[in-house]
Design a protein. Structure first.
Ligand SMILES: O=C(O)CCC(=O)C(=O)O
Ligand SMILES: [Fe+2]
Length: 156
């Protein structure tokens, strides 16, 4: 389908923080991609929002974290939901993580994505209108990480 075209690697370096209760390592957000595969070192701090509670995703040796992004939520018509997540600051740093985003990000593709037709029926109509990755990225960055989800703008 082209979802894995143009993946990018991002390396995060979170230095040890003397006052971790006064800041965050990474503010809460949902990823702007289809899927993100993440490797984190032993420091910890990654949390996922589940039922209004922040849940720790502790590092496990050899384990990868697979994070669903907003574009996967669109094409699966909410069968898979993008998880809101954040990273706490930590005085024991540095924390290092390596993320591989499956997206067409750098190409800003004009290819159109929408809910996969085979997942739709009379009982399960499309929840999102179709969009290009380019339109989606521009909408996502128009509000920034703290803005309203660009998912809401696609919702029918
Ligand atoms: O550093 C982490 O564990 C998470 C980074 C992250 O959420 C992101 O790059 O989107
Ligand atoms: Fe993220």
């Amino acid at each position: 389908m082209g979802c894995a075209d143009g993946h990018i690697f991002v390396c995060h370096y979170y230095p040890g923080c003397p006052q971790p209760d006064r800041t965050l390592g990474h503010t809460k957000h949902r990823d702007l991609d289809f899927l993100n595969i993440l490797l984190q070192n032993q420091i910890g701090g990654l949390q996922v929002l589940h039922d209004s509670n922040w849940v720790d995703i502790p590092p496990m040796e050899g384990a990868l974290v697979v994070n669903i992004g907003e574009l996967l939520q669109v094409i699966t018509n909410d069968k898979f939901k993008a998880a809101e997540h954040r990273v706490l600051a930590n005085c024991a740093g540095p924390r290092i993580s390596l993320a591989c985003f499956f997206t067409t990000h750098f190409e800003k593709s004009n290819k159109i994505f929408g809910p996969i037709k085979q997942l739709l029926s009379e009982d399960e109509p499309p929840l999102y209108r179709e969009t290009s990755v380019k339109e989606y990225i521009d909408s996502y960055y128009s509000t920034g990480l703290l803005g309203d989800s660009s998912l809401a703008r696609l919702r029918m």
